[in-house]
Structures are given as C-alpha cells and as structure tokens.
Design a protein around this ligand. Structure first.
Ligand code: UD1
Ligand code: CA
Length: 460
C-alpha cells in the first residue's frame, strides 16, 4: 500500500520523565526514541513524513532532520494535545500538496517500534477497507493507556483515556498504542471537530476515532510484538524496556555464535557488530558502531565506544573509544584508550596506560603506567614503565615519533616535538628533548648526590 504521508508526534514535553531533555531525545540502546521511530517509519517509504514539534522545538527539529533530512517540520501551537498536533500537521501538509490516501500517525515515545509492526498495521488497514485502523495491544496492566471500546459487532466505537474512563471501561485490557492509519479525507474531517472537553483539557487524537466511526467503519489490529509498541512515559518504563530489548539483542548474538557469559550485565547497542566466537565477559558496554572480530575476548568490565577490535585481541577492564585494536593485541587491565589510536598486530597497552592519537606498530608494547599521546611508534618497540610523551607545551599539541626496534628505558620523558630513530636504546629516566639518530643510545645526565649520615631536622 502506498501511504500518502506519515505524521510523527514529538511535541510533548514528557513531563513524567522529569528531565530537562525532551522525552523523545532520550536514548535506548544508543539511539534516540525519535530517530528509532523515524527509522521504522522510513522503512514504509511514506511519501512525506511530518514531525510535529513544540517543546524545545529547535532541538527536536534538528534531531528529526538529522534522522530524516526530508522530514517536514511542523510547529504545534500552544493548544495542547495529540489531536492538536495532528491538526497542525494536516494543515501544513495540505498546504504543500493536499493529502490523499492513507496517512500513518505514530507517537515517538515508542522506542522499539519497527517496520514489521507498522507493515502489519498498514496491511490490515488495506485489507479491511476501514476508514481508520488503530494499532492495539492487550496488556495485563493497562493503567495509563487509552482503552479501546468496541461495539457488539467488534467494530471500534471509540477510545477512552484512562482519566476519562468509567469502571467498566477501565476493566478493558485492549489499549491504544498511539499508532494509526486513517484515510486522509476521514482524518481531516475527524480532527476538525475535536475539542478539549475532557479530564486533561487537551485535544485528544483518540476522539477522532469516534467521529471517524460515524463516517465509516473503524478497526483495530493487535501488534504482533508487544515490546515494539510499548510507550515510555517515565524512567522506570525506560529501564524495563531497555533491559527487555538488551536481553533480545544478547540472545540474537548468542545465536550467532557469540559467548556472552552474563547477559544481565552486558549492554550492546543496536549498531554493534560481533563476529563468531567472540567472548564477552560480565560488565561490558559495547556502544556505538563498535565491531569485534572472531576469537577476541572483551571484558570483564570493559566499555567499547565506536571501537574496532580485530581477531584474537583481548581487552580487559578498560575503556576504549574510536580506536582500532589490531589482531592478537592485548589491552588492559585498566587501560584508557581515547579517540584516534591505531594499535598493530600483537601490540600491547597494559595496566594504567593512557593513549590518544597514538599509532603503535606491530608487536610494539607499552606495558605499564604510561601516557602516549600524539605519537607514532614503529614496530617491535618496547616502552619502559612510567614513560610519558609530553605532547602539550601549553599552547600546541606536538608530535612524538619513535622508530622500530627501540628499547625505551623506564621513566622516560619525550618532550615533543621530537623524533627518535630505529634501533635506539634509551637509559632509564631519560628526558629526550632533541631528535635521536638511528642505532644510537641516549641517556640524560642526572647527577645522583648522596649526603651521608643525614637526618631530618626533627630527628637531629
Ligand atoms: C497517548 C494516547 C493513549 C495511548 C497512549 C499510548 C492520546 C490522547 N492518548 O497517551 O490513548 O494509550 O498514547 O502510549 O492520544 N504529543 C504531541 N503534542 C502534544 C502532546 C503529545 O505531539 O500536545 C506527542 C508526544 O510527544 C508523544 C505522543 O504525542 O510522542 C503521545 O503523547 P503522550 O503525552 O505520551 O500521550 P499518552 O498520555 O501516553
Ligand atoms: Ca505516551
């Protein structure tokens, strides 16, 4: 079925989140609710997608355009309610080009909404020939949701909101998910007559179903996957939904051949890719576009953000961001890899090592207590414990280059900009301020004074 448009509702404040950030810009598994819903909607290829904004309108509009550059931004006025949001959207879309045909409407506080669920709704709408179809779900605890009231013949009569419902209506467990398809002409007429005579003093979109039911028959179809239509109104719901989703993501990776020792403490974003025979130990966060290749072992207690970890590498108790870890490399424990590192095959970044924009050749090792920043290290070089690249002179970040086959003694200081050739050996405690040629040895004078028999004043 060809949709004439989609309308995504994102104007609400999300008061129950108690947040300075608009609700739809909260995230689940690394992506905002809004971008997730827009991705699902884009999967149906609607002719036009309107996104209705009001609360922190510029922020939400920018996020919508980032997710869908073709989105039509509609600014809702000060009249509150989901019905008003749709009135504003219709007016603006009609001005562009009159709507004709089925229109999809979706709230954007349903982070797990997916294209399969939307397709099911659209197909049902098409095959039923109804003028409007609401996506429904049956809940054990329907508190807070609009209840779907059906006629004796099963057609939908209306939707009644929790706060407006009487005792028998509250007993209904079939609820409105806030996703609908309407015939455009019916939608236009139905929302035109909305008012705010209800418990919340808002224009309810749900009331449009009742008038649609006077213009033709209105149906409801159950969402095949209850998680996909679960709305988030507060952070308790967000936490529960995120956990349920994460459990599914972990199970999917386990079925693909990834060992996950403890899915309860392993959190994997949707855009992460894991190869077969990866092992993830407890307490890990795999975030952003992270990719891990086969036989790598991650964790325990490791965060990877937009990282690439090649085959057979291990990363233990570390934080790694925007870094490429080569095959068979060993990282950790307690290593902090900030953005921009390239670590070669079989290289090592050990305990209490911090790196930033460091390129480390194959087999090069930085085993203990070092900072390596803005630096290139060749292959099979060893950096002694406690060595630091002094890359910042207070104004500029400067570069250190250390060649291949270099043995750096313990506690060295490389004062950048500085270049050290291949095959160099440096003495312990060297302060290297000037370039060092290939195959040489460098050490710093540092005179050791011994005062015999000396005692501190209070012991004299
Ligand atoms: C709404 C439905 C309810 C349904 C529930 C499902 C109405 C009146 N009620 O209630 O039947 O069971 O969703 O989760 O529609 N929004 C706007 N403009 C506004 C107000 C809200 O665009 O003026 C947007 C919000 O950003 C949100 C969506 O509409 O994405 C739903 O708003 P929300 O306040 O969460 O509605 P519910 O009370 O959950
Ligand atoms: Ca809601």
């Amino acid at each position: 079925m060809v949709l004439s448009a989609a309308i995504v509702l994102a104007a609400g404040e999300g008061t129950r989140m108690r947040s300075s950030r608009p609700k739809v810009l909260h995230t689940l598994a690394g992506r905002t609710f809004l971008s997730r819903v827009l991705a699902a909607v884009q999967g149906l290829d609607p002719g036009r997608t309107a996104v209705v904004v009001r609360h922190q309108a510029d922020l939400v509009a920018a996020a919508a355009l980032e997710a869908d550059p073709d989105a039509v931004i509609v600014r809702q006025d000060d009249v509150p309610g989901t019905g008003r949001a749709v009135q504003c959207a219709i007016r603006q879309l009609d001005e562009q080009a009159p709507l004709d045909g089925p229109v999809l409407i979706a709230a954007s506080d349903m982070p797990l909404l997916d294209v399969d669920t939307l397709s099911r709704l659209v197909e049902f709408h098409e095959s039923s020939g109804d003028v409007a179809t609401v996506l429904a779900t049956v809940l054990d605890n329907p508190t807070g949701y609009g209840r779907i009231i059906r006629r004796a013949d099963g057609r939908v009569l209306r939707i009644v909101e929790q706060k407006d419902a009487n005792g028998s209506e509250l007993a209904v467990h079939e609820v409105n998910t806030s996703v609908y398809v309407f015939d455009a002409a019916v939608l236009r007429r139905s929302v035109a007559g909305l008012d705010s005579r209800n418990a919340q003093g808002e224009f309810y979109l749900t009331d449009a179903l009742e008038s649609a039911a006077t213009l033709g028959s209105v149906g409801a179809v159950a969402a095949p996957d209850p998680l996909a239509v679960e709305g988030v109104n507060d952070r308790v719901q967000l936490s529960a939904l995120a956990r349920a989703h994460n459990r599914r993501v972990c199970e999917r990776w386990m079925r693909e051949g990834v060992t996950i020792l403890d899915p309860d403490t392993t959190w994997i974003d949707d855009d992460v890719t894991l190869a077969r025979d990866v092992t993830v130990l407890p307490g890990c966060f795999l975030q952003g576009s992270t990719t891990v290749e086969s036989d790598a072992v991650i964790g325990p207690y490791t965060t990877l953000i937009d990282a690439v970890v090649d085959e057979g590498a291990t990363v233990e108790r570390s934080r790694v961001q925007s870094t490429h870890i080569g095959p068979e490399a060993t990282i950790g424990p307690w290593t902090y890899l900030r953005p921009g590192n390239e670590l070669g095959r079989g290289s090592k970044a050990g305990a209490f090592v911090e790196m930033k924009k460091a390129h480390i050749g194959d087999g090069t090792k930085v085993p203990h207590l070092s900072y390596v920043g803005d630096a290139d290290l060749g292959e099979h070089t060893n950096i002694g414990g406690g060595t630091i690249t002094a890359n910042y002179d207070g104004v500029h970040k400067n570069h250190t280059r250390i060649g291949s086959g270099v043995h750096v003694g313990a506690g060295n200081l490389f004062v950048a900009p500085v270049r050290v050739g291949d095959g160099v050996t440096t003495g312990a405690g060297s302060v290297v301020r000037h370039d060092v040629p290939d195959d040489s040895m460098v050490y710093s004078e540092n005179t050791q004074h011994v005062v015999e028999g000396w005692k501190p004043a209070w012991e004299r």
